[in-house]
Design a protein around this ligand. Structure first.
Ligand code: SAH
Length: 190
């Protein structure tokens, strides 16, 4: 997993003026009021997904495409949804340049998921919502994991849900975190 972090050239995913700071372990602005996560946060979330070469992964919040690039190197297919069209377009261009053709990107509200490509082995939400979006559970296969930051601007926790074989959901708190807002039908309203 650390290999995939090492191979993703983070400097390409931030604005040119910030490129020399791209390898500091801190979030950086990517435009439109959004940020690229800490590399350590990307590592934690990626590990929490428990994916392998055969996994199909849904990402909500493409942003710069950095986390998508890390996931692309570790699993079979990444389906990523971004609500801000210019961010999705820039991520698409970069991922193509890097040869990550196993990443599909859609512009829209990721809180409703990507029904046509479900079920997923794992779902990662890279923006913080008030509660886990219900449609994302419905799009997980049995045994699947949903990793999502929950909370408001003051305090957030990274949470992992696991769908058990008999349809129950297990919840684990993985730690404190800080993300931009998840805005959508099953997120915040603005
Ligand atoms: N994974 C990204 C992190 C970007 S920040 C990276 O590696 O760069 C989170 C992103 O989630 C932002 O780009 C924001 O626009 C997006 N977002 C917020 N709410 C969303 C929603 N409902 N659907 C899709 N994207 C959303």
């Amino acid at each position: 997993m650390l290999g995939a972090i090492g191979r993703a050239p983070r400097h390409l995913f931030v604005d040119e003026a910030l490129q020399e700071r791209a390898y500091e372990d801190r979030p950086l602005p990517i435009g439109h009021g959004q940020t690229i996560s800490h590399p350590s946060t990307v590592a934690l979330m990626t590990e929490a997904l428990e994916i392998d070469r055969t996994s199909r992964v849904l990402e909500v919040g493409t942003g710069s495409g950095y986390q998508s690039a890390v996931l692309a190197g570790l699993c079979a297919n990444v389906y990523s949804i971004e609500r801000i069209a210019p961010l999705a377009a820039r991520a698409r261009r970069l991922l193509d340049e890097l040869g990550h053709y196993n990443v599909a990107i859609q512009v829209g509200d990721g809180t409703i998921g990507w029904k046509a490509e479900a079920p997923f082995d794992a779902v990662v939400v890279t923006a913080a919502g008030p509660r886990p979006p219900a449609p994302l559970f419905a799009q997980l296969r049995a045994g699947g994991r949903l990793v999502v930051p929950l909370g408001d601007e003051q305090s957030q926790a990274l949470v992992r849900y696991r769908l058990t074989g008999d349809g129950d959901v297990e919840e684990e708190i993985l730690g404190d975190c800080r993300f931009v807002k998840l805005v959508g039908r099953y997120g915040f309203s603005h």
